[in-house]
Design a protein around this ligand. Sequence first.
Ligand code: CAA
Length: 257
Amino acid sequence: MEFIKLNISYKKHIALITLNRPKELNALNLQLMGELRDTLKALDDNDEVRVIVLTGNEKAFAAGADIKQMAGKTAIDMLNVDQFSTWDQIKKTKKPIIAAVSGFALGGGCELAMTCDMIVASESAKFGQPEIKIGVMPGAGGTQRLTRAIGKAKAMEMVLTGKFIGAEEAEKYGLINKVVPVEMYLDAAIELAEQIAELSPVAVKLAKESVNRTFETHLDEGLHFERKNFYLTFASEDQTEGMNAFIDKRKPEFKGK
Ligand code: CAA
């Protein structure tokens, strides 16, 4: 892989994916997104991995889809290449993905972070959907996920003016989970991943699926879905282990079975 670095801590069950196109501020070209799709698919199939952390570098998480790669394309080229179809794997990934964001998270970069399950940001992070400034609009979920995350008024302002917001503001609006000093953002994301990786992978997957269902359906259907997933956790050894450990007053050992 050219534009993705992968480190797996088997002891901690955590995979760290680093976007690695620093000179272009991690602009998300077709190859990078293809590599990310393949990596996520492989990690989702790897029983040793329980949580995935996705990061860039201090200056940029990602400054958007690759404008240079798209500039000369026609609408038919865009339809035929359907570049955002590679993004479907992010949403399909069953294991939790935590975005560790520093610097620019713009356009597709903001959309990529929002497609993850949680966002930990450095104080220098800047979020925005500036596509409008180059004569287009968000195309990888920005109009939908940003609006669901921060509400219509602020999302409309960001999408229609292209203005960026800083990490503090993003936290205030509920777009991100936490803001930490720049030197700590990756460690903070990994710490959050470690907390989740200690829990039952079966329950974690079902819980993630149930929370995400909120965005796909109405309340009755969502509650029904949640209830079935709750009952399904009782098919796992982790449920027996978790409940018995509570009763025995000891730390549970979850195996993902
Ligand atoms: N695509 C391609 N190349 C990009 C890029 C992008 N999205 N963002 C930055 N780069 C490249 C620059 O062209 C530059 O390359 P060269 O050195 O070869 O000229 C290099 O990265 C460094 O960028 P800058 O010199 O511009 O750095 P800066 O610090 O002055 O500015 C910035 C940083 C404000 C992020 C600025 O680069 C910028 O505005 N980038 C574009 C942001 C944008 O519009 N993103 C949306 C893209 S469209 C999209 O994402 C659609 C979608 O919904 C998926």
